[in-house]
Structures are given as structure tokens and as C-alpha cells.
Design a protein around this ligand. Sequence first.
Ligand code: MIG
Length: 789
Amino acid sequence: MRGLAKVLHNAVRMAWLLGPSILGQAVRYAWVRDRLEGRPQEPRWQGVGRPLGLEPIPGGVRVRFLEAELRAVFLGEDLLCLAWAPEEALPPYALAEPLEPFEPQRLGEDLLKTPRMALRVGEEGLELLDAQGRLLRREAYPQMASWGAHRAWRYRVALAPGERVLGLGERAFPLDRRGGVFRLWNRDPGGSYGPGEDPLYLSVPLWLSLLPEGGYLAFYENPAEGLVDLRGEEGLVAFYGGPFRYYLVPGPLEEALARYLRLTGLPSLPPRWALGFHFARWGLKTQEEVEGVVAGFLERGLPLRAIHLDIDHMRGYRVFTVDEARFPDFPGMVARFRAQGVRTVLILDPGVKREAGFPPYEEGLREGVFCRLPSGEVFQGPVWPHLAAFPDFTHPRARAWWGEKVGDFLENGVSGFWLDMNEPALFAAWGEPTFPRGVRHALEGQGGDHLLAHNLYGLLMARATWEGFRERAPEGRPFLLTRSGFAGVQRYAWAWTGDVESTWEGLRTTLRALLGLSLSGVPFVGSDIGGFSGNPSPELYLRWFQLAALTPFFRQHSAFWTRRREPWRLGEEVLEGVREALALREALLPYLYTLAWRAAREGRLLLRPLFLDGGPYTEEAFGLGEALLVAPVLEEGARAKEVPLPRGVWYAWGEDRLWEGPGWVRLPAPLTAIPLLVRAGSALPLLEGEGLVLHLYPGMEGAEGVLFWDEGDGEGPHREDRFRLLPAQGGFRLLWEAEGAYPWPWRELGLRLFGRRLRGAWVGGRLLEAKEGRVWLPPFEEAFLEVVA
Ligand code: MIG
């Protein structure tokens, strides 16, 4: 019933916006698709049998089976690649680095070892061991089936007692995926989703196993349609085409994820403005309305860094157009915003209106960039502009063409793009809201179908947009936000979690989706504050806002059919809470920017489930970097929060109070604040007004912190400042080491000390006294902080 109600709801909305003809198209489309796809059947699986022979090859071993062959090759001491033949090869879109075999120690023809891991080739399957010889993973040899033009593969993976399986991308499911079944097939759930909906927009075939001691990572380098079933005592992994090739990396998981990020590409460093607050709203139809919203923030002194324009800016939903009747001076508006410190981000949908005389459509036809049916006809499906053709981003010429258009559009002064509908999504009256599996794709010239290319669509749309942006504006850092993607999408874009419902369940689901994405190698993620599809209560809105302020991408967005929810429309108390959350976010900017740089340089995650840093498995709290522990309030009416503390000492944010973990603590959670703790031993670089202030939270051994800073965009010089606080007689020594060509941009450095009372600081034989707990110092190499005894 819920499903049917949703379908009817959507139909009414669509017809209201697009006229009733869209419903006819949605029905016709679903009918045509069903006819093209035929009836689903179950593949006839057949096991590969037992190994018939082993033979050493560079980096590993070749194992022969009756009708199949396995190549197990080490590509580093912590990276093992397993590739099965016969292989349906695909271009390596997900990978970023060329790989060389690494020679293991051969302890027998069936036992290969590196300093980090070992592989045993058994009679029934493979075993992965850690450096101490402990079993990490046992998997059976696979089964194969022919599946249309494809070869399907599946196999079973043993699950140990107490083992948790995480990853698989964005899921409306607890972080531990055991007990669920998950499709690897990017999908638009259609306007609103809640807990349990599967699949969602962005799946990643990455499996993280968290064992009572350690764990490992498995990454399937296969974009084809697939399935992971974790309902039973064993896991089942299946792909209905594509190469059956995967990588295994031993834990600790933090390092395994960094290894995965190097393999599939480190995220690019974002422009600094992107870490501020963004506002979006579907249904802002005119320049006046958009200007009104921006002015609303600025007049109230609410720091707004970006405004996103949804599909309303287009002329009849034609991509790469602006409706000049409703936006009479678009470039002027964008320029004025920019002068006020507000960037403009524009939505881009992949569908190109099928209309004679519409230049992008005509050009696309001429250049042969659109996806086609097996008959050779250009494929068309209903979306916002009614029937549209879709660029085939697996074609280099299509990417270059799209990139050109993006470049031309940059001339309007916009600073980024928001990529929507790229699962790809269509309006289908029933069934799968995407292309039929038989639609053809170029796949760099080798050719293939949508079953193989579907999950690549978002990744490659992001790549084409990124490359076009870079080409035209090489001096800037592209900012892209995407709804869909695949392994590797982190190289090009941030992701948001789409059309989640505006309920408390939706808020919890959002946190799970965000942490799941982070654990799947997509570090820059965020959600629609307040939920997309409904009207949050003021309390829910504020709790969501507070959570979002402590996630990498911080944006409010809502559907056109919901009530307006600019923060000043929701009552004084909400506005007060929003002000505080915005102030916290602004203060954190240097810390966040440093985290972003570490993600870009080392593959370190920003959103960190606590077990990554030695804490417990929990969804009640997470780390934002290693120094902050965020305990978001996810329940209506709650004014306190039970927080599981990892081992170590923790301060309350901005206070002298501390707790010692492990254990649970109950933290106050008044409506206008979010429970936030700081790990003892942290030195946090923060902005206070115009100045940079180091907040020192000493532990037994003092404290440490880093600051990364530069112009905030482009590829000019940068600097890294390393601070070390060391306990000493009567206070602390503070050492400051600077590196890099970018000059210190502030006049001084402020210091605040928690846990002890700061009297003042000695620099170059001079004592500067603390006022209200803070002292300002000129740049130094060593200072002495004197505390009140
Ligand atoms: O069919 O552009 O998730 O953020 O406001 C819906 C309109 C299309 C879905 C996106 C949402 C956006 C909306 N889009």
C-alpha cells in the first residue's frame, strides 16, 4: 500500500508540474522497457570444481580449473588481486594507479606470503591470513552461469562469529550489513525514502570485514549488476556480468581504506568555500526569489557560502539553459552573490530534451554521443524535459562534448555543479526507473550493454563534468556534488544522500547512509537538512542542522511541495540554535580544511565510525577527524545523550570538564547544542573572529595538532603548521614548526588552554598575559605557557 500510495503521489506531482502527457510517457516507457527486458529467470549455476594444477607466475600463482582459471597476484605487501577467467573485461574506470606485481615469499606452491598477509590455495577455496597467520577470510571457489550475453559469477564467503560486514556504499540500513540483502544497482527510490529502502543511488562493491581482532577489505572491481546477501551464516556475492576480479587488503581497516583510496583515487582537495554552509530549495523560480533568500541570510548575519539552483533555473528543463524571462540578469546575479561571498552551484541533469532545433540535442545527434538501443535507434526516456536522449559517458567523445558544454556554462560565473538523476533515473510508471539493460554503451570502443555500464553512469558523468571544468578553468578547483557514483567517484565529486524523508527515522537513516558512504571510500558527504520530502518539526529541523554542521557537506535542501524552511521561518529558538551551529562550523573551518587536505593527501576519512580509532562499534557517535567525537541527538524530545566513549580521556567541547573511557557517559543535550567531545591530546586550529586560535586540550603527554592553509582555491603555495604542546615545570612548552611557501596569513596566533588555567605566555623573554583565558602571540618557534598553580 505504501508503495502504491507513493506511486500515485508522484504521479499527481509530476502531472501538476509537467502536464498529464508525462504520465502517458511514463506508462509507455515502462511497457517498452518490460518488452525489451523479457522475463527474469534464475541463472543455471555450475561450480568451477577443484583446482587441477598450480603454476607460479610473477607476483603470484595461476590456478587451473576445468573451465575456469584464477590468477592470484600480489600488487604490494598489503594488496592481493584475484582475477577469474574467462573474463568479460571492462575498461578500468574505477582505478587510479597502474599496478605492478609484488613478489611474495613462496612457502609452498599453495601458500604465498608477504610481510602483511598470506594466501592459501585450498581444495575447496581460498584462505586469506594476516601476518600472524590468523584466518581473515575463507571463500569457496565460485560458480558460473551464462546469463544472456554475459557470464554470471557467484560465491560464498564464510562469516566468523561476531564478524561484522560494512561498506557497500550508501544504504538505509545499519552500518553492520549482516542480516540484509543488498543490490549493487544504483537506483533513484523516487522522491522519498526511509529505513530499509534498497538499493539507493550510490552503491560501491566494497566489503569491509570487522573482526573481533582486526579485519580486512575486499573490493570488487566490477560495475555490473550484482548482489550481496548477508542474511545467513555465510555471505553470498554475485555479479551478473563483468569481470570477476577483486582485491583483498588486510586490516587495520583505517589503513585498508587508505590503501583502497590510493587504488581508486584520492579525493581532490576542495575549494575552501565548499566547507561552509550551502542553501538549496527546489521551487525557487525567479531571480527575485533567489536573491530574496540570499539577502535573508546576509541581513541576519548568517554565514552563507553557496546557493544551489535546482531545475527551476532552466528553460523548460532543458539542460545548459537559463530561463531569461525568470532570471533576467543571471550572470549579474551570480557576480553580485560572489562579491558578497556566496558562490552559485547549478544543477545538471544528464537527459537532453529530444527536440528538433534544441542545439545540444542536435549537436549530440550529429556527434553520435547518445546511448542507443540494440536496433541502433537513439534511446529515449521520460524525465523532466519530457522525452530526452542521454549522453553515453562511456564514450570519450561524449565526455569531451559534455565537458565543452560545462565549460561554456562556466562563463556565467557559477562555481560548481550539482549532478542529479545520474543513476541514471527515469520516470517509469512501474518497475525499474532506469534504462533497459540492453541499451548499448561504447565502453571506450569495446562496446557493451547497460547491465555492465549502469553503475558507471554517475561516476563517468562526474568525470566528464570535472574534466570539462578543469579544461576551461584550470586555475580553480572544481566543486561537484553528485547523487550517484561508483568506486572512484571520490576523485571528482562530493555526494549527498538524496530524497530522504523528513522524519526522525529519516534522520537516523541519514546518519547511517553518511557513515556507510564514508566507510565505502566516499569521504565528502552530506544530507538535505530537515529531510527532502516532508515538513520537519522545528525540533527535527534543528537536530538535523546540528548533525549536518558536523558532516563534511553542510547543505539545507527541500522539495518544492514542502513548506519553506529558511531558518528564520521556524521560530526564535530554532534561529538561535542555527546561529550557534553556523558559528561552530565557521570556527571549525581551519580544522575541517586540514582534514580535507589529509583526505586528499593520505586518504584519511573525515567521518570516522569510532571503531576506526580503536573505539566500539556504535551508531550513536562518530569521529569528525580524530580529535572530535560527535554524539548527534537522533530522538525527539531528548535533552541528554548516552555516549559510548572509546578508551582515553575526553573533554567536553570548550570546557575543562573531562571523562575517562572506555564506558558510557550521559551528556546534556539542550535544544540549541550538540554533544561534542574533544580527545585529550588535541590541538585544534580554529577561527575566532578574524584570528586563528589554537585550542589546546592536553593529555598526559601534552597535545599535538596540524594546520593546513593556502589561498583556498587553485594550486598555489600552501603551508603546514605543526604544533606540539609538552608538559613542563609550571606549565607547558609549545613548539611551532612551519613548512611551505604560503605566508602566515594572520598577524598573531591566539591560544586557549583547557583543563588548566592559563596565566600567560612567554615568548622571546617577554610575558604576554592571558585575558579571558586567551593570549595572543606573534609567530614563534617556542613559547612557554604559564598556568595558574
Ligand atoms: O525527480 O531537481 O534528489 O534534490 O531537488 C526529482 C529536483 C529530481 C531529485 C533530487 C532533488 C532535487 C530534485 N531531483
